[in-house]
Design a protein around this ligand. Structure first.
Ligand SMILES: Cc1cc2nc3c(=O)[nH]c(=O)nc-3n(C[C@H](O)[C@H](O)[C@H](O)COP(=O)(O)OP(=O)(O)OC[C@H]3O[C@@H](n4cnc5c(N)ncnc54)[C@H](O)[C@@H]3O)c2cc1C
Length: 274
């Protein structure tokens, strides 16, 4: 079998197929696996792990055509080659189903545009969940962050405001936890970091012996994003630090020196503040 896409949902499908003993090839046009969730180093580590489990992975490769050929499917690759498969699975991501709103006057781009009260551009019409391009937690700009915690938060705010309340969202946040054939990875917030000129700083730790990886990204003395592989203990503390925006004070330098101390930093700063 051949699978197009090694994003979050592609990895879930891959897991199910591998568990059933399917001979699988994954083709991803990005330069790494899970490119919208993982740093280059982390995406490469996941690829290595997955290949070690017997799945063939081609990155930097787009599928340009699929055609019937001699009773099988011939899959043309942008890199010039061709692969043969009995089944092709398309896991190219999710897209808001908003076509039915055409002509409604509701402002839309990739999703329905809402403000931080979940109001659309049309009075008395609210939207929440995957269908929205809600304002981002860090950027304050429209973002698609199609995950359940954002959907729940937005639905609560929309319902409250539709009933006459005045609830406001803190902004949608990327929160991802993924299991690729037994390797657990996470990413939170602005995991790509921000430029140094904007107060950005970061640290990356690779521990090949335990397939471990940690990247912490700061803006001034606040943790704005994180990526991990192989860390399951207390990993929610990373989300806690990102979401509370707790000033880290001296903990920033300690984390830059040893990012594994994130739980201690959380207890000393974010939890204390809460
Ligand atoms: C494979 C997969 C794995 C995921 N894993 C995670 C995860 O681990 N953690 C996480 O936080 N999130 C995960 N998500 C995302 C999560 O499922 C969504 O964020 C959440 O379901 C969003 O809720 P929603 O109500 O906005 O949209 P949905 O749950 O998609 O509900 C929308 C509903 O509206 C219906 N609908 C669409 N158009 C119309 C129409 N025109 N008329 C009538 N009905 C319509 C749809 O059929 C659907 O039932 C995953 C998603 C997928 C696809």
């Amino acid at each position: 079998m051949l699978q197009l896409g090694a994003g979050f949902i592609g990895c879930i499908i891959m897991e199910a197929l591998a568990a059933r003993g399917v001979t699988l090839t994954v083709v991803e046009m990005g330069d790494r696996m899970v490119p919208r969730m993982m740093t280059p180093t982390a995406g490469a580590m996941i690829k290595q792990w997955v290949e070690g489990k017997g799945v063939a992975v081609h990155c930097n490769t787009a599928i340009t055509a699929v055609a019937q050929k001699d009773g099988a499917l011939a899959v043309k690759l942008g890199t010039g080659g061709e692969l043969t498969a009995d089944l092709v699975i398309c896991a190219a991501g999710v897209r808001p189903n908003i076509e039915f709103l055409a002509g409604s006057g509701i402002s839309m781009e990739r999703g329905i545009r809402v403000d931080n009260a979940m109001r659309t551009s049309v009075a008395d019409i609210y939207a929440a969940g995957d269908v929205t391009e809600a304002l981002g937690f860090h950027t304050g700009k429209p973002e698609l962050n199609a995950i359940q915690p954002n959907a729940v938060d937005q639905a609560r705010i929309a319902a409250h405001n539709m009933a006459g309340g005045a609830a406001v969202s803190g902004g949608s946040l990327a929160i991802n936890v993924l299991d690729t054939l037994g390797l657990i990875s996470t990413s939170f917030g602005q995991w790509q970091g921000v430029p140094k000129e904007q107060g950005g700083a970061g640290v990356e730790l690779v521990d090949p012996a335990r397939n471990g990886y940690l990247s912490l990204q700061f803006k001034d003395d606040v943790l704005i994003g994180a990526t991990s592989i192989g860390w399951t203990e207390h990993v929610g503390a990373l989300r806690g630090l990102v979401q509370t925006q707790a000033p880290l004070g001296p903990w920033k330098e300690r984390l830059l020196a040893d990012p594994t101390q994130f739980m201690a930093a959380y207890l000393a700063t974010a939890q204390k503040a809460a």
